[in-house]
Design a protein around this ligand. Structure first.
Ligand code: ADP
Ligand code: TRP
Length: 326
């Protein structure tokens, strides 16, 4: 039996990069036999990026709608909210005892964030991997699907689990990293990786007009000679939505017969055909539905986290069950 767990931060609207880089794989795993699936909105982890309370609340609810709209099926995947399970925060504190300051300081994402926000290099940022460890170890995940940017965090999660098990007693399942080596989705403006912080995304909530504008503005080339990185990105992007269309234009580009206006019209239709129904579904989900689902999910996972937390507490020498309802 596999138990698959992964988290998504509520840092803003989902974009095509998030979808093809992470969510698509999770959606595909929904049809795997002998697996249990859990997906949570990592709102604690979002706090290191979003400091406006109203914005955070809004983004969590919006993300809930979008996750359902892109194909996360609550019948197959338990969806919950990280902060709705305080056991996670408690466990991350305990795990702090096997996480070394030096190794946390060497984490690439920590160094990068510290560089970006030098005025706010806080403790939560430093303990980010220990919180991820609590997310994953606390529910005894066997497999954690993550993008390449999360491998380092996950290696640390595995180290913390082993260290804890060795120092105290066998307590945690050491999870596997479910690697999906999909290449990063590139932006259409030639600025490199598509990302929220880069401000170059096409998202499920991006309007039809805006998508059209972005595609029209994508840089091209003379249609002959060596492929420019911008055209390569454009063709790669097209392939995400329609591989036969991509093949057609690759051939035309090779033959020097490509018409970029035609390519862009076809690309727009392919992208719009993919995004429009998802956008529509997201609009039809209510906040109340999202809240109900998240609450149900939290109720379902709490006993799982509570059991592992209690085991960890006892193995560390903390007195057991000090609260009567535990
Ligand atoms: P962003 O880069 O927009 O801030 P996050 O860092 O929150 O997005 O990433 C959330 C998930 O989406 C991660 O698993 C990450 O690997 C994936 N992801 C984000 N951008 C891309 C991209 N351009 N291509 C592929 N995967 C991506
Ligand atoms: N850190 C992950 C990201 O930025 C999100 C996340 C939080 C996560 N907790 C997790 C992913 C646990 C997998 C498992 O994308």
């Amino acid at each position: 039996m596999k138990r698959i767990v992964t988290g998504v931060r509520a840092t803003g609207p989902l974009h095509i990069g998030n979808y093809f880089g992470a969510l698509k794989h999770i959606i595909e795993l929904q049809s795997e036999p002998n697996t249990e699936r859990y997906l949570f909105i990592a709102d604690y982890h979002t706090l290191t990026t979003v400091t406006n309370p109203r914005q955070l609340q809004k983004q969590v609810l919006e993300l809930g709608k979008e996750l359902l709209a892109v194909g996360i099926d609550p019948k197959k995947t338990t969806i919950f909210l990280q902060s709705g399970v305080p056991e996670i925060a408690e466990l991350s504190y305990l795990l702090g005892n096997v996480a070394l300051k030096g190794e946390l300081e060497r984490v690439a994402t920590f160094k990068e964030k510290a560089r970006r926000q030098p005025q706010n290099v806080n403790l939560a940022l430093l303990m980010y991997p220990a919180l991820m460890a609590a997310d994953v170890l606390g529910i005894e995940a066997t497999d954690v699907p993550v993008g390449e940017d999360q491998y380092q965090h996950m290696e640390m999660v595995r180290d913390f689990a082993k260290r804890f098990n060795q120092r105290y007693a066998p307590t945690f399942v050491v999870p596997r990293i479910y690697r999906h080596d999909r290449r990063r989705v590139q932006a259409l403006d030639g600025s490199g990786k598509m990302g929220k912080s880069e401000g170059n995304t096409i998202g499920f909530m991006t309007s039809k007009d805006e998508i059209e504008r972005i595609i029209r503005a994508a840089p091209t080339d003379s249609g002959k000679g060596p492929l420019t990185p911008e055209v390569e990105a454009l063709l790669e992007f097209m392939g995400l939505f329609d591989e036969s269309l991509q093949a057609k234009y690759r051939t035309q580009r090779k033959n020097g017969t490509i018409q970029y206006s035609e390519l862009k019209r076809d690309l727009f239709e392919a992208v719009d055909g993919f995004i429009a129904p998802i956008r529509k579904r997201a609009h039809s989900v209510t906040e109340r539905e999202v809240l109900t689902l998240l609450r149900k999910g939290c109720t379902a996972v709490t006993p799982l986290y509570a059991a592992v937390l209690e085991r960890a507490r006892v193995h560390m020498g903390l007195l057991p069950s000090m609260r009567e309802h535990r």
